[in-house]
Design a protein around this ligand. Sequence first.
Ligand SMILES: Nc1ncnc2c1ncn2[C@@H]1O[C@H](COP(=O)(O)OP(=O)(O)OP(=O)(O)O)[C@@H](O)[C@H]1O
Length: 297
Amino acid sequence: MELRIRNLSKTYSNGVVALDNISLTIPAGMFGLLGPNGAGKSTLMRTLATLQECDAGSVFFGDLDVLDEKDEIRRLLGYLPQDFGVYPKVSAYEMLDHFAILKGLSHRGRRREVVDGLLQQTNLFEVRHQKLGTFSGGMRQRFGIAQALLGDPKLIIVDEPTAGLDPQERVRFHNLLSDIGDDRTVILSTHIVSDVADLCANMAIINKGHLLVAGATQQLIDDVSCKIWARFIDKRDLQQFQTRHAVISTRLLSGRTLIHVYSDDDPGDGFEEAIGDLEDLYFATITGRHHAADRCD
Ligand SMILES: Nc1ncnc2c1ncn2[C@@H]1O[C@H](COP(=O)(O)OP(=O)(O)OP(=O)(O)O)[C@@H](O)[C@H]1O
């Protein structure tokens, strides 16, 4: 089902504008919401998860008014918050069983089936009697997904789930997310570009409360791909290059400094055409070089 966000705004009491007139349509499947720290992602996620009020705007999930029909939405919603805390002294099984009771699964036999199934799906069945306090970050996040999946939600919101996971756990977590994203609407909020590149067919970039671009991930990459130029430089010359060119990223590659610049035409100066990727789109967009209307021919 589609989630339609229209003209959503939120200003905190200290004057910070966290969401500035955001309009966005999120189709079924995996959707990536990408933005740096402080962009407004968590504010948007908490608003969609009915945990926080906005100042203006509307949100519909199919025919349901998310901001008004909170109880109905909560029945369809699974949420993994950014700061998902667990009781360290309780086992994974006990905790999930407890959440299942709260979700209204009162029949003991049925509950056991559901809880066992979710522990299997998240690869935690073998360790189900271990205390949550002994879990690694990745195991804890997979447990977070297990609790978010209770009640078979149609809308799943995960807020920065892979921060702090090692590469192996990240892959494992990605596989789990891509499995659950098949027949649901899953919103993945993250500042990690590869999370979106690996998983999300559709995406948006927000910064400082503004929606910058939104659409099909591959189309958005195609729109930037002809405008990215690269060259290695001596890192002492970086400032010079920054004054002459629209430098969007600087990275070290085998000890050498590689810069990417954004330009409609060949910038000269020894740059070669690079094939723009999602990271280029991200940096070009949040540095204000690339805009939603910019295209490659
Ligand atoms: N309760 C609050 N009161 C005042 N300002 C807030 C509050 N919560 C968030 N903010 C501010 O609103 C802006 C957006 O914050 P938000 O947490 O939504 O961003 P984010 O993209 O999720 O970033 P992060 O990844 O750091 O959580 C930030 O400038 C933040 O400092």
